[in-house]
Design a binder for this molecule. Structure first.
Ligand SMILES: Cc1ncc(COP(=O)(O)O)c(C=O)c1O
Length: 436
């Protein structure tokens, strides 16, 4: 198959150096298990599970069959005032995986939509309980919460915000949790809990009763996997409880076995009031996201509306799409039947040993890891991100796909990966990064 710059020109690609890509494309033409195949015929190990979506590996027959069956049964119906059985069943299954009383699930089509939906639910909840003055949101530097206007506003990555001036007002960012003294610490750092006091400082500055919610990723993902210091999430929970602030965990990357349990909330033993999720919910086979909320939030919003009235004026044409629900149900079946969360947890020590074994490479300036997530930072070259982009391309040529953000590599193999796959990832990283 021939690909020319002309035939690639019309697609304006997301988060891509379009001109460079179109001169030297990297096209994936087949996927199966832990592998991709490229248009030049190379086999590439998918060491980032796509974008942290394909936990059960690629091309799962069960998911494809379920989606195909669903499309021929009911391909689409609205979920505004009507319904299809599969969304109710998927909500029940998701609620069974979430901790405590996060028993109500609102479906959307992506992580970004999940975040913006959670922002709106927080506002609606406070208004419904007579606390409409709570309009501020707190998030964190280096956070990634998707790309819609709400998510961009609470994100903490400069490049994702810089070109977009008119974001939401009333947002304050806590400091990020990267600390030089915690370089190469494995798992949760011992120091840094005091960074959570930033939330208390915003309470002291603005008044706790003006703050609607605090959004954090349990492990800050896209920025390079910053693992929360011991006690940090617990401290955020305490401050939120003391001041009636909702705690929202953005579990879009951490969810579905990535951290050894169903969600980061369970791995770190802290229950939020809302959780956003997407990606591995359908193993990446269909676009879907969700927001899980505690009983009290759902009940407050629903009970505040007159009987028979719509309670929340929010939703998407494709909320709870039957094909996405079919993919979600088939995915959760696989996770359960194959014990994939336990399998990922069992592989974690071997995986982290292999990743921290790269510490001696002079170009690597930090490694962070937890569960089946490992982030490493490379010494920047002339421009920020240039080394990361170069290493990403050379790894791909050498048979490994790894997602990079700037000069940070994000390793997150599918939960079905084995020790041999981990060895291949570590050996290839050593070979490619060792060359400079
Ligand atoms: C924590 C987090 N939230 C939200 C998103 C946005 O998800 P999507 O790209 O599906 O909109 C991402 C994507 O990586 C994410 O990592």
């Amino acid at each position: 198959m021939q690909y020319t710059a002309n035939s690639l020109e019309q697609h304006w690609m997301p988060f891509t150096a379009n001109r460079e890509f179109k001169n030297n494309p990297r096209l994936i033409v087949r996927s199966e298990g832990v592998y991709y195949w490229t248009h030049t015929g190379n086999r590439v190990l998918d060491a980032s599970s796509g974008l942290f979506c394909c936990a059960a590996g690629h091309a799962r027959q069960e998911i494809a069959d379920a989606v195909a069956r669903q499309l021929m049964e009911v391909d689409y119906c609205t979920h505004f005032q009507f319904g299809h059985p599969s969304s109710f069943e998927l909500a029940r299954r998701v609620a069974a995986l979430t901790p405590d009383d996060l028993n109500h699930v609102f479906f959307v089509n992506s992580g970004s939509e999940a975040v913006d939906t959670a922002l709106k639910i927080a506002m609606a909840y406070h208004r419904a309980r007579g606390a409409g003055e709570r309009q501020r949101f707190i998030s964190r530097e280096r956070a990634y919460h998707g790309v819609n206007i709400g998510g961009t506003s609470i994100s903490g990555l400069m490049r994702n915000r810089q070109a977009f001036g008119a974001v939401m007002p009333g947002i304050a960012h806590m400091r990020h949790t990267w600390m030089p003294e915690n370089r190469f610490v494995r798992g949760q750092p011992e120091t840094g809990v005091e960074l959570a006091d930033d939330l208390q400082r915003f309470v002291d500055l603005y008044g706790g009763n003006t703050i609607a919610a605090c959004f954090v990723e349990p492990i800050a993902g896209s920025t390079g996997f910053l693992i929360p210091p011991k006690g940090y999430l617990e401290r955020l929970r305490e401050v939120c409880d003391a001041h009636g602030i909702l705690l929202v965990f953005d579990e879009v990357i951490c969810g579905f076995g990535r951290t050894g349990k169903a969600f980061g909330a369970q791995s770190f033993g802290v229950t939020p009031d809302m959780m956003t999720m997407a990606k591995a919910l359908t193993n990446g086979a269909q676009p879907m996201g969700a927001v899980a909320v505690r009983d009290g939030i759902y009940d407050t919003v629903v009970d505040a509306a007159p009987e028979g009235a719509v309670e929340l004026f929010h939703g998407y044409t494709y909320s709870g799409h039957p094909a996405a629900c079919a993919a979600g149900l088939a995915t959760l079946d696989i996770y359960e039947k194959e014990n994939l969360f336990e399998r990922g947890a069992a592989l974690s020590p071997y995986f982290l040993d292999a990743m921290y074994g790269l510490e001696d490479l002079p170009l690597i300036t930090d490694i962070r890891g937890y569960g089946l997530l490992a982030g490493f930072d490379l010494e920047p070259s002339d421009a920020p991100g240039a080394r990361g982009a170069d290493v990403m391309k050379r790894l791909y040529e050498a048979g490994i796909y790894i997602k990079f953000t700037g000069d940070s590599g994000l390793v997150a193999p599918p939960l079905i990966a084995g020790e041999k796959d981990v060895d291949t990832i570590a050996e290839t990283l050593r070979e490619v990064i060792g060359k400079g």
